[in-house]
Design a binder for this molecule. Structure first.
Ligand code: CMP
Length: 140
C-alpha cells in the first residue's frame, strides 16, 4: 500500500460542541496522522466554491449556510490508503446508516450537520487539499 493524503473538515456542529479533540483521537486511532491543520471560519465564497460540485443539488444553499455558521478545523490526514481509511473512520454520510463506533455514528446530528467531511477519491483529495493549503504548508 502507498502512503496517501486526504482532506478532513471538522464541521461547525462539532466545533460548537467542542468535539475536535475527540474526533482527532478517532482519526489517530484509525491509523491516520494529522500533517497540517487550520482553524478557520469559512466565508460564503469559500464554502460555495469548495462545494461547487453540489451546486445543482437541492441542499446546496443549506450546506453553504451550515458550513459558514461557525468555526471549522481543516486538516490534511496522511496514512496508508488514507482516503478509504478516513471514510471508514467517518462512517456513512447519513448518521442513521453509520456503523457503530464511527465519528458520524457517535457525534453527527443529521445528514447535513454530520460533524466531518472527507475527500471521496484520491483525485478530489488533491484538489481539496490544494483549496486550503499551499506547498510550503505541506513540506515533508
Ligand atoms: P460532505 O462529505 O461534507 O459532502 C457534501 C455534504 O452535503 C455532505 O457531507 C452532507 O453533509 C451534505 N448533504 C448530503 N445530503 C444532504 C441532504 N439531503 N441534506 C443536507 N445536506 C446534505
Amino acid at each position: 500500500m502507498v502512503k496517501q493524503r486526504t482532506l478532513s473538515i471538522i464541521k461547525p456542529d462539532a466545533t460548537k460542541r467542542n468535539l475536535a479533540d475527540a474526533i482527532n483521537t478517532k482519526i489517530k486511532e484509525g491509523g491516520l496522522n494529522i500533517v497540517a491543520r487550520k482553524d478557520m471560519q469559512l466565508t460564503q465564497d469559500q464554502a460555495g466554491s469548495f462545494y461547487e460540485v453540489h451546486k445543482e443539488r437541492p441542499f446546496y444553499g443549506e450546506l453553504v449556510e451550515f458550513m459558514t455558521s461557525g468555526p471549522v478545523v481543516v486538516q490534511v490526514l496522511e496514512g496508508e490508503d488514507a482516503v478509504a481509511k478516513y471514510r471508514e473512520v467517518m462512517g456513512d454520510t447519513d448518521p442513521a446508516n453509520a456503523a457503530p463506533g464511527t465519528i458520524r455514528a457517535e457525534y453527527a446530528e443529521n445528514i447535513g450537520a454530520n460533524s466531518v467531511h472527507g475527500s471521496d477519491s484520491e483525485e478530489n483529495a488533491k484538489i481539496e487539499i490544494g483549496f486550503f493549503f499551499d506547498e510550503t504548508e505541506l513540506a515533508g
